[in-house]
Design a protein around this ligand. Structure first.
Ligand SMILES: *[C@@H]1O[C@H](CO)[C@@H](O)[C@H](O)[C@H]1NC(C)=O
Ligand SMILES: *[C@@H]1O[C@H](CO)[C@@H](O)[C@H](O)[C@H]1NC(C)=O
Ligand SMILES: *[C@@H]1O[C@H](CO)[C@@H](O)[C@H](O)[C@H]1NC(C)=O
Ligand SMILES: *[C@@H]1O[C@H](CO)[C@@H](O)[C@H](O)[C@H]1NC(C)=O
Ligand SMILES: *[C@@H]1O[C@H](CO)[C@@H](O)[C@H](O)[C@H]1NC(C)=O
Ligand SMILES: *[C@@H]1O[C@H](CO)[C@@H](O)[C@H](O)[C@H]1NC(C)=O
Ligand SMILES: CC(=O)N[C@H]1CO[C@H](CO)[C@@H](O)[C@@H]1O
Length: 265
C-alpha cells in the first residue's frame, strides 16, 4: 500500500518537476531602419533540443526561419509587421517566449472620398489596421483640429480602439467640401490618413430625375410632330369623300357674303 502511494507520488511529481525547470529564454526586439530584428536566446542549453521554430499569432512560420545555432534564434521582419511572435524550442517540455511587436498606428479610410447632399449629414470613417489600439483620435481640416461643440452638434465623434467616425451635420456646399485628416496616436507613434468630402447641391440630386423628364418631353414632342405631319395627308384623303361638300359650301357662303356686301354698297 505504502509502496503504491510512493510510486504514484513520483509519477505525479515528474511532470511538474520538468515544468518548473522549463528552460529560460531571453528575448530582444531591435529596430534597424525599416526592419525589426527579433531574437530568442535559450539560456539553459543543458536540456536536450529537438529543433526550434517561430510562430506569429498562433500560426507556424515555416519559411524565413533563421537559425544561427540551436539555442539562439533570429527573425527579421518589416517594421510594420505588428503582432505576437513566438519562438519555440523543442526542449522537453517545449519552451517558448512571446515577443509583442507594436507599431505606430496604420490608419486607413473606410472610403477615400465621401459624397453627400447639402443640409444633410455625412459619416467620415477611419479604421486602424495595426496593434496596439489607438487611445487618441484627432480629426482636422485645413490644418485646424476639429473640436466638438455640444450646443450646435455640427461635429460629433465616435471613437474606439480601432475606429473613429466623424459625423458632420447640416452640410454646407462650400465650407464643408474639404479634405479631412484623421490621426490615431499611440505609445508607438502616430498614423494618419485623408478623406475627401464632396457636397452636392440639392438641385444636383434632382438632375437624374430632370433628365428623365426631359427625355419624356422630347419623346412626346417627336410623337406630336409626327402625328401632325401625318394628319394633313389623312385629311386630304378624307376631303375626297366626307368633308369636301362642307368646304365647297363654305366657299359658296363666302361668295354670297361678298355679293351681299357689294349689294349694300
Ligand atoms: C526603407 O525605407 C526607405 C525610406 O525610409 C525606403 O526608401 C526603402 O525602400 C525602404 N526599404 C524597404 C525594404 O522597405
Ligand atoms: C545567450 O545567453 C547566454 C547566457 O545569458 C549568454 O552567455 C550568450 O552570450 C547569449 N547569446 C547571445 C547570442 O546573445
Ligand atoms: C545570427 O545571424 C544573423 C544574420 O542571419 C547575424 O546578424 C547575427 O550576428 C548572428 N548571431 C549569432 C549569435 O551568430
Ligand atoms: C498579444 O499578446 C498580448 C498579451 O497576451 C495580448 O494582450 C494582445 O492582444 C496580443 N496581440 C495580438 C495582436 O494578438
Ligand atoms: C458652440 O456653438 C454655439 C452655437 O453655434 C456658439 O455660440 C458657441 O460659441 C460654440 N462654442 C464653442 C466652444 O465653439
Ligand atoms: C475592430 O475591433 C472589432 C472588435 O474589437 C473587430 O471586430 C474589428 O474587426 C476590428 N477592426 C479592424 C479594422 O481591426
Ligand atoms: C499616446 C497614446 O495613446 N498611447 C497609448 C498607446 O496604447 C497603449 C496601450 O496599448 C497605451 O498605454 C498608451 O497610452
Amino acid at each position: 500500500m505504502f509502496l503504491l502511494c510512493f510510486s504514484v507520488a513520483i509519477i505525479m511529481c515528474l511532470p511538474s518537476y520538468h515544468s518548473f525547470t522549463a528552460a529560460e529564454i531571453t528575448t530582444n526586439i531591435v529596430q534597424m531602419g525599416n526592419s525589426t530584428i527579433l531574437t530568442c536566446n535559450l539560456t539553459d542549453p543543458a536540456i536536450g533540443l529537438s529543433g526550434n521554430y517561430w510562430m506569429k499569432n498562433d500560426k507556424s512560420l515555416e519559411s524565413n526561419v533563421k537559425t544561427n545555432s540551436s539555442t539562439f534564434l533570429t527573425y527579421i521582419i518589416k517594421s510594420t509587421d505588428w503582432g505576437n511572435y513566438t519562438c519555440v524550442f523543442g526542449t522537453t517540455p517545449s519552451s517558448s517566449a512571446v515577443l509583442e511587436v507594436k507599431v505606430a498606428p496604420q490608419v486607413k479610410p473606410y472610403k477615400p472620398s465621401e459624397h453627400a447632399d447639402e443640409n444633410e449629414k455625412v459619416n467620415l470613417k477611419c479604421e486602424l489596421h495595426s496593434y496596439p489600439p489607438a487611445l487618441k483620435w484627432t480629426w482636422s481640416v485645413n490644418g485646424k483640429v476639429i473640436s466638438g461643440n455640444e450646443s450646435d452638434e455640427k461635429y460629433v465623434f465616435l471613437d474606439s480602439g480601432n475606429k473613429s467616425i466623424l459625423t458632420i451635420a447640416n452640410l454646407d456646399m462650400e465650407k464643408d467640401a474639404q479634405e479631412y485628416t484623421c490621426e490615431a496616436e499611440n505609445e508607438s507613434g502616430k498614423g494618419s490618413t485623408k478623406i475627401q468630402l464632396r457636397v452636392r447641391s440639392r438641385l444636383a440630386a434632382l438632375w437624374p430625375f430632370l433628365g428623365i423628364v426631359a427625355e419624356v418631353i422630347i419623346l412626346v414632342t417627336i410623337i406630336f410632330i409626327y402625328e401632325k405631319r401625318r394628319k394633313p395627308d389623312e385629311l386630304a384623303d378624307d376631303d375626297d369623300s366626307g368633308s369636301a361638300p362642307l368646304k365647297s359650301n363654305a366657299a359658296v357662303n363666302h361668295k354670297d357674303k361678298n355679293i351681299r356686301q357689294r349689294n349694300s354698297n
